[in-house]
Design a protein around this ligand. Structure first.
Ligand code: SF4
Length: 309
């Protein structure tokens, strides 16, 4: 893989942590930008994963300030450039190779999901176009802000997906099936369910053979989740649901979030399946993620604590 010889000029790191083993593990990297920003990049692998996953960031800080997010109320600094988006993947691959992974023999997916909201970054698609040279499938995970700026970027992404030869998925953090609850957990105005539906139809028109629009629900004990709230709005032909149980984090504890009872989680999943949705266990946090409390941006926060920032 020629990226092994690529010289990283915009990003660096001085701390790398590996958790778990080859059957269920992750490499976590707080990544430093030239202007002293700290973002998070992570590499996941294991028996339950059909591909190794490189998870990268899109911004330094985040304007959304979601109550459940490990970034907490940290202020937005700036968007990452296309080169910085690309270099995170190279850094992860070079690190994974150093840990003995034979990258040429492994399928990969790149997910934009760590620090920042990708649909605020106008350089997002340029960054993905650079990553496309690696022939990896891709996923963009968004909380889905409302407004023309985010819509423009998602349209650009849909165009890119329609020309790229590997799958490109979009995943919206729906947060809850209650629109009112969803509105309250973010510091920005989020897209309504009608806007999300309209975007999914736009996406499907450009990508008729592509993956369904993913709606992600990370459920804590108190999260409202009721199939009848969403069945009419998000039909199973267009959408699939990704359920994940909330892993306790510092910020979650401050916001009094508690873990969901497994029985309730099962009942919810069953109710969605009965209505014809594709519901997978592919997003369930692995034992390693649970043991070390590894939700997005946790390693970054621990790193900042270690260096007293
Ligand atoms: S969950 Fe995503 S959009 Fe919300 S504050 Fe965290 S990084 Fe930003």
């Amino acid at each position: 893989m020629k990226e092994m010889d690529y010289f990283l000029s915009r990003l660096r790191t001085d701390f790398i942590a590996q958790f778990g083993d080859r059957h269920d593990g992750t490499i976590q990297i707080p990544v430093l930008t030239e202007d002293n920003g700290v973002i998070e990049a992570s590499y996941f692998y294991g028996d339950s994963k059909p591909k190794n996953i490189a998870v990268i960031s899109s911004q330094i800080g985040c304007p959304a300030e979601c109550t459940f997010c490990e970034l907490g109320g940290e202020k937005f600094t700036r968007n990452l450039t296309a080169d910085e988006i690309y270099e995170q993947v190279v850094l992860l691959l070079q690190t994974a190779a150093g840990y003995g992974f034979d990258l040429d023999s492994i399928d990969h997916k790149v997910t934009v999901a760590n620090t920042g909201e990708p649909l605020f970054n106008p350089h997002l698609v340029k960054g993905l176009e650079k990553i496309a040279a690696l022939n990896f499938s891709m996923k963009v995970s968004t909380i889905f802000p409302t407004g023309t700026k985010a819509r423009r970027i998602v349209e650009e992404l849909a165009q890119f997906a329609s020309t790229y030869h590997k799958p490109v998925q979009i995943q919206t953090s729906l947060i809850s099936t209650s629109e009112e609850y969803r509105r309250k957990v973010s510091g920005i105005k989020l897209a309504s369910y009608a806007e999300i539906r309209d975007t999914a139809e736009y996406w499907r028109n450009l990508n008729p053979e592509g993956r369904k629009f993913n709606l992600s629900l990370i459920l804590s004990g108190e999260t409202p989740c009721e199939i009848n709230d969403v069945y009419e709005k998000f039909p199973p032909e267009l959408f699939r649901f990704r359920f994940r149980n909330y892993v306790p984090t510092e910020n979650g504890k401050r916001n009094l979030l508690v873990e969901i009872d497994p029985e309730r989680m099962k009942r919810i999943k069953d109710s969605f399946e009965e209505k014809g949705y594709e519901v997978g266990d592919w997003a369930t946090p692995t034992l390693t993620e649970q043991k070390f409390g590894l939700a997005g941006n946790v390693t970054r926060r621990r790193y900042l604590q270690m260096i007293g920032r």
